[in-house]
Design a protein around this ligand. Structure first.
Ligand SMILES: [Zn+2]
Ligand SMILES: [Zn+2]
Length: 305
């Protein structure tokens, strides 16, 4: 796979991976007084290029492996990450708990591609919090904590470029992904709304081809609204008499088909997020691990936003 290097300014470049191709992601390279790479899951040719460059700092947007593939191959650079994702970057044992092995055992563990991908965990060094300004010389990067996908998921504002790097708020047609134990669909909605309200002139995401300069708010809104469409699907399933999480999972509301066995587990965690959200909204109640709509709540009158 080949990457494309797109220069965004004198100091900032986008190293673009092919769209939505696991385990790759788009990365941002800043070559300034300090040299910094945001995420490291570049393609092989980009990795060879990076090996010839100076690199002081890796900023890890979140703990998912398709954003950290080369953390352990660029050892001269320290790793910065949000505190909430810190534990899962450094340890396989902690990482797999976020996938739900404590719920579904080794069954799920088996499907992970960690070994096949030769993924190596590396402990991060420095934490970052929302609002922190990382000063790289002529380039300033402001941390945007955008939780939901993972608890420590971060995006970045490049104020001098009018650009937001929104990471896995990635405009995928599939919609937002919150299939980990620690994902939170409400946080995800709030994070998307925050980016929409920022009205960036330019948007780069981790997996879409970029930079995107038109219809950013419309596209982000459409991406967010996939969550509400799914939730409507959950209400319809409950209305049709599906009451356990697994019954709703097998309605294939989120993944239209389970191409790989782990997808069914991811769907379970996402469906669980929805029924829990519907509970908080007062639309659904739980009785003995079975979920029911309150009287009068119907797919035709549900208002979720
Ligand atoms: Zn991710
Ligand atoms: Zn991603």
């Amino acid at each position: 796979m080949r990457s494309e290097l797109k220069k965004l300014s004198q100091h900032v470049s986008l190293l673009e991976a092919p769209e939505y191709a696991f385990p790759y992601c788009n990365t941002i390279l800043v070559e300034d007084d300090l040299c910094c790479l945001i995420d490291t899951s570049v393609t092989d040719d980009a990795f060879h290029y990076l090996r010839t460059r100076r690199l002081d700092l890796i900023i890890s947007t979140h703990y998912h492996i398709d954003h950290n593939m080369h953390n352990n191959h660029l050892l001269q650079a320290k790793i910065m990450a949000h505190e909430a994702d810190f534990p899962y970057l450094g340890s396989r044992e902690r990482f797999i708990t976020t996938l739900g092995v404590q719920y579904f055992g080794e069954d799920l563990n088996r499907y992970l591609k960690l070994d096949k991908l030769h993924y190596e965990f590396r402990e991060p060094h420095e934490t970052m919090i929302d609002g922190k300004v990382i000063d790289l010389g002529h380039t300033r990067v402001e941390v945007l904590h955008l939780p939901g996908h993972t608890p420590g998921h971060c995006g970045f504002l490049f104020p001098d470029l009018g650009m937001v790097f929104s990471t896995d708020l990635d405009l995928a047609r599939f919609g937002p992904w919150y299939g980990n134990v620690l994902s939170d669909v409400n946080d995800f909605i709030n994070s998307i709304d925050r980016v929409i309200a920022m009205k960036p002139e330019m948007l780069i995401t981790s997996h879409a081809t970029g930079p995107i300069t038109s219809n950013i708010q419309v596209r982000m809104t459409r991406f967010r609204d996939v969550i509400y469409q799914r939730e409507k699907g959950v209400v319809e399933a409950l209305y049709r008499g599906k009451h356990t999480l697994w019954e709703i999972v097998d309605e294939n509301i989120i993944y239209r088909r389970f191409y790989e066995p782990q997808m069914r587990y991811f769907e379970w965690f996402m469906i669980r997020q929805h029924v829990q959200r519907l509970e908080k909204l007062g639309k659904v109640f739980c009785d003995n691990d079975r979920y029911y709509l309150y009287d009068g709540v119907r797919p035709s009158n549900i208002n979720l936003a």
